[in-house]
Design a binder for this molecule. Sequence first.
Ligand SMILES: Cc1cc2nc3c(=O)[nH]c(=O)nc-3n(C[C@H](O)[C@H](O)[C@H](O)COP(=O)(O)OP(=O)(O)OC[C@H]3O[C@@H](n4cnc5c(N)ncnc54)[C@H](O)[C@@H]3O)c2cc1C
Length: 473
Amino acid sequence: MTSQTTGILTSLAAFGTNDRAVVIGAGMGGLLAARALADHYRQVIVLDRDTLPTSPGQRRNVPQGQHVHGLLARGRVIVERMLPGITEDLIADGAILANSKRDLTWFQQEGYHATPKRGISVLLMSRPLLEYHVRRRVATLPNVTVIGGCQVTGLLVTRDRQRVTGVRVADTDDRGTEHVLLAHLTVDASGRGSRLPAWLEQFGYDLPDTVVAGVESRYATRRFRRIPGQGGGRLATVIVASPHLQRGGVMLAQEGDEWLVSLASRGGLQPPTELSAFVDWAASLEAPDIFDTVRQAIPLDDGAMYRFPQSTRRHFERMERFPEGLLPIGDAVCSFNPVYAQGMSVAAIEAETLGRCVAYGQDQLSHRFFASIMPSVDATWLMAANGDLRYATGPIDLPRPARIANAYMGRLLAVAQRDAVVSEAFQRVTNLLDPPQALRRPGIAMRIALASIRREPPTPPRHADQPLATAAD
Ligand SMILES: Cc1cc2nc3c(=O)[nH]c(=O)nc-3n(C[C@H](O)[C@H](O)[C@H](O)COP(=O)(O)OP(=O)(O)OC[C@H]3O[C@@H](n4cnc5c(N)ncnc54)[C@H](O)[C@@H]3O)c2cc1C
């Protein structure tokens, strides 16, 4: 019997169109790319190997969805711009609009950050809820078809191999049958495990230069019932691992009156999921806030683990030859250390950029796209890479600029504990609202220099029911 997926693929395959884009992968990158392309192509088809849930639910091939997934403020703004009204839909379905001034506790480098003068709005929700709403909105666009249960197995190219002309697809329930989908543009949004380099090599292209940064981040995550007032009344707590202890944690309120708590480690240490060990591990963090909540909260699941060995960046822009009709996006280009929560927001930036590049026509599309996303990818990669350097174990010979940058950042983090302006500047940069250079503006650099002369001590850890020691509002 023919499966439903095979039926759809067969009917699509019957029509070749020169005005069709195919997107491989219905994750955040793929869905937002489809949204951008829908303004410029008559037909956009998104293919995913997972059977896509019809309600918010975890997916086999997106195992990271079980762990905390903060959508940074820049990502939220872009997603709302691309899908107007989605913030309201998400809130109606349980997502929580939080403000960093009122709702965030941030502990780093032995102290709490001062409350910023102006807060940043962020949406708190699970990754499945966010992705479900993005998928629902994209799938209802009249010229977009999102199909689950089909795995892209390779690319189609012209005889001279200069242009990609579509994809080969297999129904995951009916592996014998392979379909061919022609497309004028193929976008690879298949995530960090993308097979694109191998597919390109098969057609005689060079492999992209690939830079990896070993970070060995590990997660253990559990859900708990959330009772108002817990967490010191805050909705989001971040305890950043110190280079010395290499253990941190994030606790975010999410839909369904839940806390999602991820304990994270560096350097290969695995946080446990078993409840009492999880609570003990939370107690070992440098600030007590997460422990104070989880030790008395009702657990809702058995927990999940994740191992993230390395950040990976593929420099497609450096390739001497790149075929026409093909673009990679999202984690397929650059997969960041998840502790910085950048991946979905960078995918959103790239998707919006894709729309702008396609609007200018097809001429030199890949060249223009790579050049346009480079500044954002570069800046974000550098922010994460510099942050990761602080955790390097064993002697490493850092180049002088990196040493200077790290020393400056160390001072800035200390000053952010006392100074609301510096704390706010830091939040804006980590939320990708301002470029990293904003932290070196004269106004900020001066505050850091003056505070360093005064050598004030950090704010010590406190219990969650004690008020935060903050700068005056
Ligand atoms: C533990 C962890 C925590 C994270 N936390 C955050 C966070 O807090 N904030 C944040 O912004 N980011 C976070 N990230 C990163 C974020 O998950 C990714 O950056 C983001 O999902 C990128 O989206 P993507 O669409 O490129 O890839 P993915 O979301 O991985 O989607 C790829 C899709 O492609 C499909 N696919 C793959 N191969 C094929 C194929 N051959 N054919 C058809 N379909 C295919 C998969 O099924 C999947 O649906 C985290 C990552 C991890 C690992």
